[in-house]
Design a protein around this ligand. Structure first.
Ligand code: SF4
Ligand code: SF4
Length: 308
């Protein structure tokens, strides 16, 4: 085990212990399972941090979750934990000159990533802007509902987690329930998140969402192909966000994120920033790409550009 891993392990144990101690003193934010809770609920409450689990422990956690979800949704649900692929750093590109604001990416993402239909949680939001004003967030409209898109005089900008290289969100988590993986994807361990929402306050892009209520997903609409750190069903009281469709993009051969496939005008691009032959590298090297809130030094791996 490397020194960094040893240090990380020590920190996890300390912080989790503190959170539980705070609980005992009645000051914690973590909700204890009820007395009637099943053995599996208690098992999950005392589960180790994802990065501390041994191979066998991880296997049994995944099996427990698969059993729970399969029973709850009355279909075979798989929960995988496919790790990052070596030599891969994911990046995203969005051609604003093509986007027509149809929100198909939003709905594709909701379906693929098992986001709650009621209350509604959407990891992507598309804002409408006045063409004359350029990119102006002060006057951007989050709720627009015209009969047809695109509309004369308007442009559209989809925004989701920017998978920052220097993320503000992970640094403030008191229990290290969120971190950056080796392929650059920022993940959340829903079994470890205590729902304090510090990460939401720290994210300058409004990219994180909190589960205030039990999420409602019709069983027939649940995507049964899930990842532990991504689109598996989330419990109440935890934070969630885009993971570049970790359950798809880490497959070999990799698949595109659902939003990329749903876009009817080819505005969305995705690929490996470390591969000189990838479309993302071509874009960065040949188009005038820009990132949001560059001055904050969060270093997003989400690049916007105008192809025409
Ligand atoms: S966009 Fe927000 S949630 Fe996503 S990595 Fe950056 S700071 Fe974290
Ligand atoms: S699906 Fe494509 S065109 Fe439609 S809003 Fe999303 S990015 Fe824009």
């Amino acid at each position: 085990m490397s020194d960094q891993n040893k240090r990380d392990k020590h920190v996890f144990q300390l912080t989790r212990r503190k959170a539980l101690k705070g609980l005992a003193a009645g000051v914690g934010v973590l909700a204890l399972p009820s007395r009637q809770a099943s053995a599996s609920v208690w098992e999950s409450f005392f589960q180790k941090h994802f990065r501390e689990l041994s191979k066998d422990e991880l296997k049994s956690v995944l099996a427990r979750l698969e059993k729970e979800y399969s029973k709850q949704y009355d279909k075979d649900v798989t929960v995988k934990a496919t790790p990052a692929i070596e030599g891969v750093r994911f990046g995203y590109g969005l051609d604003l000159s093509r986007c027509i604001g149809c929100r198909r990416c939003v709905y594709g993402c909701v379906a693929e990533n098992n986001q709650s239909r009621d209350p509604q949680i959407q990891w992507i939001r598309v804002v409408r802007m006045d063409k004359e004003k350029g990119i102006d967030f002060d006057s951007a409209e989050h709720y627009y509902n015209p009969a047809e898109v695109p509309e004369e005089g308007h442009t559209y900008m989809p925004i989701a987690c920017q998978q920052c290289e220097n993320p503000a969100c992970t640094k403030v988590c008191p229990v290290q329930a969120t971190w950056k993986e080796n392929d650059g994807i920022i993940v959340v361990d829903y079994n470890w998140c205590i729902g304090c929402r510090y990460c939401m306050a720290a994210c300058p892009y409004g990219a994180r969402h909190f589960n205030w209520k039990k999420s409602q997903i019709p069983a027939e609409e649940l995507n049964p192909d899930t990842h532990y750190l991504g689109n598996r069903p989330r419990p109440v009281g935890v934070v969630e966000k885009c993971t570049f469709c970790i359950q798809r993009t880490r497959e070999q051969p990799g698949r595109y994120p659902a939003c990329e496939e749903a876009c009817p005008v080819g505005a969305r691009k995705f690929g490996n920033l470390l591969d000189p032959k990838s479309e993302m590298r071509y874009l960065i090297e040949n188009k005038r790409v820009f990132i949001l809130k560059e001055e904050l030094n969060t270093q997003p791996k989400f690049f916007y550009f105008y192809a025409t």
